[in-house]
Design a protein around this ligand. Structure first.
Ligand SMILES: [Zn+2]
Length: 229
């Protein structure tokens, strides 16, 4: 049954059009335009022209529509905020090969952004809940782990630098700077136990040593440089 037939037969009560639910048909105005009394999902009611429902011109009440516009406007302004730029940077490092060496240290070794954070609004929600402020930086607790709520927190620039220095982390899986900073120690975790593989001159050589060991021994560990398929 088409909506026009439904209207003629007065079988329209309870029909839904987006947020509107028709309560009842009201007397046609002089020019015989069909009008209906509708209930919006928010609880507001209004009399509207039936044709504006059928052609989707009207989908919600005025206050709902104002609220949506405001939300859209806020999001549109978002690229000027620091938090939004952090979100963009995080995604870029994990996704775009054109980022070069930066991509190699993130997306290139399998680090990704969780699906929830693909949406800026959900990242922002997490950030605010976790005391984000414009002086803090995002930090992954496990530097081999992904950008996701369980592995991220906000730290000061100082804390971030300190973490990096103390742990000797260089951004490659299994590779860290040795204590006297003369080379890079390479270790692989096998069944929860650490195995020392050697020390290399550069971090990248360390990453390669790690990857080769994992590949040759057919270990389930993720590689630093994802192999082209
Ligand atoms: Zn409404």
């Amino acid at each position: 049954m088409s909506v026009n037939e439904a209207y003629r037969d007065k079988h329209i009560n309870g029909l839904r059009f987006s947020k509107w639910t028709i309560i009842k048909r009201v007397e046609s105005s002089k020019n015989r335009e069909r009008r209906v009394l509708c209930l919006c999902d928010c609880g507001n009611t209004n009399e509207i022209l039936f044709k504006t429902l059928a052609n989707k011109e009207s989908t919600q009440c005025k206050s709902c529509s104002a609220r949506n516009n405001k939300a859209r406007k806020t999001h549109g302004d978002a690229d000027r905020t620091r938090l939004y730029r952090i979100w963009q940077g995080m995604k870029a490092r994990c996704k775009y090969k054109s980022m070069g060496a930066t991509f190699d240290r993130y997306g290139g070794r399998g680090i990704s952004v969780c699906s929830a954070w693909e949406e800026y609004t959900s990242f922002k929600e997490w950030a605010i809940k976790n005391n984000y402020s414009d002086t803090l930086e995002i930090d992954r607790t496990d530097s081999d782990g992904n950008y996701e709520p369980s592995n991220c927190r906000w730290v000061t620039r100082k804390e971030n630098a300190l973490n990096k220095r103390v742990s000797g982390k260089v951004g490659f899986r299994g590779v860290r700077m040795n204590k006297n900073k003369t080379g890079f120690e390479v270790q692989v975790s096998i069944n929860g136990r650490s195995k020392y593989l050697g020390t290399t001159k550069t971090a990248k050589d360390g990453a390669k040593l790690y990857d080769d060991y994992v590949t040759i021994n057919n270990l389930p560990n993720k590689l630093n440089i994802s192999k082209e398929k």
